[in-house]
Design a protein around this ligand. Structure first.
Ligand SMILES: Nc1nc2c(ncn2[C@@H]2O[C@H](COP(=O)(O)OP(=O)(O)OP(=O)(O)O)[C@@H](O)[C@H]2O)c(=O)[nH]1
Ligand SMILES: [Mg+2]
Length: 193
């Protein structure tokens, strides 16, 4: 498995003009607000707060870029679907996320779609999955917060998810580090493709 030698914050871009321009392979983390995108990223690189966690949901507007092992980037996308922001703001963020995902001249190798394992198949998650499928970017679902499910419910929730998303699902817990080796394996495959 990959050894993390270095991980550093590069830029929080509020505009596509600020995206890093040096060509490097990128892996992006997408998902609804508060599902644990930043926590998942931190778990993968063994850092507690490289990416900011638990800030008021809906406040993160930046696209945060991190350089890993001086070889590739992790891209922490703003969460979508936060109920308490206006429709106009939601649309603006959605457009911004899509701007990144469809930006020309980027080496986007794959998207980790972080989903709350307790809530499979929410409409905005399904819309995101559909959008990703249309772009042809390879993507995988990380079913996060699996630690919050009762043991007996895990298998059933995962089956529901498999039916909702036509993608590979990795049971995950950023808090307990469940599924970390499996997620890294997928990311390495994406980076090498
Ligand atoms: N129990 C549990 N809590 C988690 C897990 N992952 C994240 N959390 C908690 O969920 C909250 C949100 O985590 P973040 O990583 O900030 O979520 P995010 O998706 O980056 O949120 P936004 O940037 O606002 O979209 C925090 O309180 C985390 O501690 C997990 O696997 N298990
Ligand atoms: Mg975040």
């Amino acid at each position: 498995m990959i050894t993390i030698k270095s991980s550093e914050f590069i830029v929080g871009a509020v505009d596509k003009q600020q995206f890093p321009t040096t060509p490097l392979p990128e892996i992006a983390f997408a998902g609804r607000s508060n599902v644990g995108k930043s926590s998942t990223l931190n778990c993968l690189v063994n850092r507690k707060s490289l990416a900011h966690v638990g800030a008021t949901p809906g406040k993160t507007r930046e696209i945060n870029f991190f350089l890993i092992n001086e070889a590739f980037r992790f891209v922490d996308l703003p969460g979508f679907g936060y109920a308490k922001v206006s429709k106009t703001d939601k649309e603006r963020w959605q457009r911004y996320i899509e701007d990144y995902l469809t930006a020309p001249n980027r080496d986007l190798k794959g998207v980790i779609h972080v989903v709350d394992a307790r809530h499979p198949g929410l409409e905005n998650d399904l819309l995101m999955a559909e959008f990703l499928k249309k772009t042809g970017i390879s993507y995988i679902v990380a079913a996060n917060k699996i630690d919050k499910l009762k043991k007996n419910d895990v298998a059933r929730q995962l089956r529901t998810m498999e039916q909702a998303f036509s993608a590979d699902i990795i049971p995950f817990s950023a808090e307990k580090k469940t599924g970390r080796p499996e997620l890294w394996q997928t990311i390495e495959k994406m980076l090498n493709s």
